[in-house]
Design a protein around this ligand. Sequence first.
Ligand code: ADP
Ligand code: UDP
Length: 235
Amino acid sequence: MQKTKMLYEGKAKIVYETEDPQVLIVHFKDDATAGNGAKKGTIQGKGIMNNKMSEFFFKLLKSHDIETHYIDTLNEREMAVKTLRMVALEVIIRNVAAGSLAKRLGLPEGTPLSTPVLEYCYKNDELGDPMVNRYHIMALDLARVSELDDIESISFKVNHILTDFLRSKNVNLIDFKLEFGRDEHDKIILGDEISPDNCRFWDMTTNEKLDKDRFRRDLGGVEEAYQEILRRVTA
Ligand code: ADP
Ligand code: UDP
């Protein structure tokens, strides 16, 4: 599998085209940003750890009949994935109040939610990824109703699978963000990554944060937290 051309460089990954139009190569970087790029830094070895963890979770989801863009791992920082035309949405699932939801609703962080909550954000750096609902999504032609139905059904299944799995590792899945795209048959497929960059993982006993909040909030022990969650997940 050869890279032919760089397609896109994002904040955490670089996407390359290959000789096969249906296959892309995703390269995971150590770069870290927070607050929509306001805070920038490096997390040593993050790209390697996120590539490994994403591979692990995509395989776990496959074993539960959830289709993802993952094809193969090429080396420690790169995976081959199915080419998708991305839906410009971030899909957030929350089990416990934290971050922006805790602030918005005045809930102490760590308050369990009676049912999981799904939120959409319009993926647009200039606008700071504003939260939108189904009506905004229709009005902007970002996705069709049937596509949103698929996105929601897959997202809740993913939540179920990951929550159960992580519980067995003494980890509480607080919330996470997914991205979806359309394949060559217009089918909705889970893409992007599943890693501590876009999930909140708390130790179930101590509530210690094992995710990017350690970087966002200057809590220290960032690399160690990424290593620890990867060790637990893949052990
Ligand atoms: P950002 O764009 O938020 O800075 P990244 O640095 O993670 O994010 O860049 C990865 C980009 O690749 C994202 O824009 C994401 O939507 C996109 N992407 C993820 N999976 C695929 C795929 N299978 N096909 C095409 N694009 C993808
Ligand atoms: N998230 C993400 N990318 C974003 C915004 C959020 O991956 O651009 C993830 C984040 O890691 C967390 C969940 O989505 O697991 C909910 O984040 P929240 O809205 O609370 O954002 P924050 O507190 O980071 O502003």
